[in-house]
Design a protein around this ligand. Structure first.
Ligand code: SAH
Length: 386
């Protein structure tokens, strides 16, 4: 980072980017120990992120203004409807993203296009989503606009294709969104040029990631996270990967099990998981599109199989619901691996899992989000009577 960003504290992207990284990690470990409470003694430290600057492989930028009239593109400022913080000095964004964002802003300033004002219903430009394969360099650009947008997209596409980026732009997409919420939507997606996915390579496998598929936002950090999950999962006959997204964990542990069952809510993610498994020549993984909280109480279906050797759970920030937690224990796995993006949810769920016969034995933190307060934690629990 050459120059300090003038939006620190205002944009909500990072916190205190000038703190020396060892100090940041020290603070995170202290906070994680406090969060874990009675289980803090199990924490084996926090694995540092391989990169602390420009590590994000996904950014959702918003079009807005600077409080006056000029068109701006960046991260929505805290407590602001329309103002955005520009990203030229952002510590989280890779250089290629900055180059693309600068081009898009210049292009639309020149063409006179205005940002979409959700109250006045004026303007058309909503978001620019940038995604990148950290290990492949491949980039997807997704422009989100309202339906009355009619600027010259050919010139936009040509301009992007000729940008001197380090990685290659492999696909440019348009998403039409007239919704009231300030959120990017996976609707009315049109491929303008190239292909609709980028490739990422992790743990020796290749993943095709489409415009709106979930993928860990720090690829190099994710390799560390998945390595720990693989070690904790061990080996055996049957493994469950619950909240499997595009099936990354299932495929990474597949060589150590006879059969892996992945369960995920979003059907497109499940389709991507199956597709990626086929591409990787993996034949022992099956993926089901189900709401885990709803099937947790059912005695038939994909969560009713014989007792697994391991259950891996990677739930959203709220953690496990009481029913899911009870079902996981009822399936009587020898081991349960809990991947938590919000450690306080893990800390809440651990005592209940222990009460149900799964004893917490090891916890490792992984810093997937340097320069932010977030940290990931992975716990290994073992069945008491095995
Ligand atoms: N393990 C994956 C994804 C984890 S993110 C990876 O490492 O890439 C959490 C996932 O849980 C998301 O893909 C989300 O769509 C899914 N999810 C959220 N609620 C769910 C539910 N009730 N049932 C099944 N999946 C759910």
């Amino acid at each position: 980072m050459d120059k300090p960003c003038k939006y620190i504290g205002k944009c909500g992207g990072c916190t205190d980017p000038h703190l020396p990284y060892p100090q940041e990690l020290f603070g995170k470990e202290k906070a994680l120990r406090e969060t874990l409470g009675e289980y803090a003694h199990l924490l084996e430290g926090i694995r540092p992120a391989p990169e602390t600057v420009g590590y994000r492989n996904k950014m959702e930028l918003a079009f807005g203004d600077d409080g006056n009239t000029a068109l701006m593109l960046g991260i929505r400022k805290k407590r602001s409807f329309y103002e955005v913080a520009t990203t030229e000095d952002c510590v989280l964004m890779p250089d290629d993203f900055k180059r693309i964002a600068a081009f898009a802003l210049d292009f639309f300033r020149e063409s006179g296009e205005a940002f979409y004002h959700r109250k006045k219903h004026t303007g058309t430009l909503r978001h620019l989503v940038l995604r990148r394969g950290h290990f492949t360099g491949e980039i997807l650009v997704i422009l989100s606009v309202s339906s009355n947008f009619n600027a010259d997209l050919q010139a936009f596409v040509q301009g992007l294709r000729h940008l001197p980026t380090r990685g290659a732009i492999v696909g440019i997409l348009l998403a039409i969104n007239d919704g009231a919420a300030d959120a990017v939507k996976n609707e009315n997606l049109r491929l303008l040029w190239g292909r609709a996915f980028y490739r990422e390579e992790l743990c020796g496998l290749t993943f095709h990631v489409s415009a709106f598929s979930f993928f860990q936002t720090n690829s190099a950090g994710a390799e560390i996270l998945y390595g720990i999950v693989r070690e904790f999962a061990g080996e055996g006959t049957l493994a469950y990967d619950l909240y499997c997204g595009t099936g990354t964990i299932a495929q990474i542990i597949a060589p150590s099990f006879k059969r892996v069952i992945g369960i995920e809510l979003i059907p497109e993610a499940v389709a991507a998981a199956s597709h990626n498994a086929t591409l990787n020549g993996i034949t022992n993984c099956e993926f089901h599109a189900r709401d885990i909280t709803r099937i947790a109480g059912q005695k038939t279906g994909p969560l009713s199989d014989e007792s697994p050797d391991v259950i891996i759970v990677d739930p959203p920030r709220d953690g496990l619901t009481p029913k899911t937690l009870a079902r996981a224990a009822e399936l009587a796995p020898a081991r349960l691996v809990y991947v938590a993006c919000k450690p306080s949810s893990l800390a809440r769920d651990l005592p209940e899992l222990e009460r149900l016969g799964l004893t917490p034995e090891r916890i490792i933190g992984v810093d997937l989000f340097p320069r932010t307060p977030h940290v990931e934690a992975i716990a290994l629990l073992c069945r008491t009577d095995t």
